[in-house]
Write a protein that binds this ligand. Structure first.
Ligand code: NAD
Ligand code: PRE
Length: 306
């Protein structure tokens, strides 16, 4: 892999930024990587573990002379951070972000982007339930999608360069239109997280009644829910507050389906339940057959009863 940018600045040093840093180093994608995080504790940790070539004590210093600046902070503070760095951006630089929601980030950041600086929003579809500077690892983006969401007038050369950068980080890159991004992610990521949070909350309430049996005997499905529900509260609060409409739309549909299933259980409509589960099973198999689930084990393929 070869160097794509002379200098990259990462603002906010958590899971995504730290994974980016290790993957940049693995691929030799930048000459120098500077970093800044708001809290002294995070900056101290970053210095201690060698995260970033240079950790700066303010955002202005970190972005000075940078060819690419990536905002890796919670979606709710993207605008404030953009305002803080704007006067210090190098002409011709590219500003990008990794936020899980795109419409609100574009609205919050765009007004602060100076003339001659390019803004190319992005979203790597990869993560874990962990957060903070010590949670990152170089392989996080390998074989995962990264969606680029260029805004009106985004410079095509800046977009192409950012694409090459994300490919260098290990991702498969595609472009997507803003509204579509927010709706698709509401279905595939945001609503499922809310459902996991709710299910774990219900189990916790129940735990008080059943004296810890729920947690003690939790099976794989519920354990997966608890992993998701351990995700960062600030990040997810911001996701739901900023992708409100799309998430509410999907949750509305979800609730209708849930009521239909609830009714089928109450009325003993086994046919409805069986048809429904047959349909959803076909979707999972379609994903695996298309080779789109990189986590799916090989041994189950073709062996499931139809
Ligand atoms: N975690 C995931 O699964 C995941 C996946 C894809 C995208 N994202 C997006 O990436 C972004 C970062 O998420 P993360 O998981 O790395 O979070 P994180 O909590 O691990 O890191 C966020 C960092 O931002 C810093 N920060 C917060 N406010 C700041 C401010 N005003 N100025 C400077 N630094 C500030 C925090 O101190 C922390 O270091 C979010 O926008 C999130 O939506 C997260
Ligand atoms: O794997 C996980 O833990 C994630 O939640 C990652 C996940 C997702 O929902 O797929 C979470 C938020 C993102 O914006 C992108 C990826």
């Amino acid at each position: 892999m070869s160097q794509i940018y002379d200098r990259v600045a990462l603002i906010g040093l958590g899971l995504i930024a730290s994974s980016m840093f290790w993957a940049i180093k693995r691929g030799g994608l930048a000459g120098e990587v500077t970093g800044y995080a708001r809290s002294q504790e995070t900056r101290d940790t970053a210095r201690r573990i060698g995260l970033c070539d240079r950790v700066c004590d303010n955002a202005a210093q970190a972005v000075e002379g940078a060819d690419l600046v990536v905002l890796c902070v919670p979606v709710g503070v993207m605008g404030a951070v953009a305002a803080e760095i704007a006067p210090h951006l190098k002409p011709g630089a590219t500003v990008s972000d990794v936020g899980s929601v795109k419409r609100s980030v574009v609205e919050a950041v765009s007004p602060h982007i100076p003339e001659g600086v390019h803004f190319v929003p992005a979203h790597p579809l990869a993560g874990t339930e962990h957060s903070g500077p010590e949670s990152g690892f170089a392989e996080l983006f390998d074989n995962r999608w990264c969606l680029l969401v260029p805004v009106e007038g985004s410079d095509t050369r800046a977009v192409a360069k950012l694409r090459a950068f994300w490919e260098g980080l290990g991702s498969n890159v595609e472009e997507m239109e803003i509204e579509r991004h927010d709706l698709v992610l509401a279905v595939t990521s945001h609503a499922p997280h809310l459902i996991a949070y709710t299910m774990v909350g219900v189990a916790d309430d129940l735990r008080r009644v059943t004296d810890s049996e729920v947690i003690k005997y939790s099976a794989a499905g519920f354990r997966d829910f608890t992993r998701i529900a351990a995700s960062d509260p600030t990040m997810w609060r911001d996701v739901f507050l900023t992708n409100r409409e799309a998430t509410l739309e999907i949750l509305g549909r979800f609730t209708e389906e849930l009521f239909a299933l609830q009714r089928a259980i109450r009325t003993g409509d086994g046919e409805m339940l069986h048809d429904y589960f047959t349909r959803t099973r076909a979707i999972r198999r379609g994903i695996i057959e298309a080779g789109q689930d990189t986590d799916a084990p090989d041994f189950g393929r073709g062996k499931v009863k139809t």
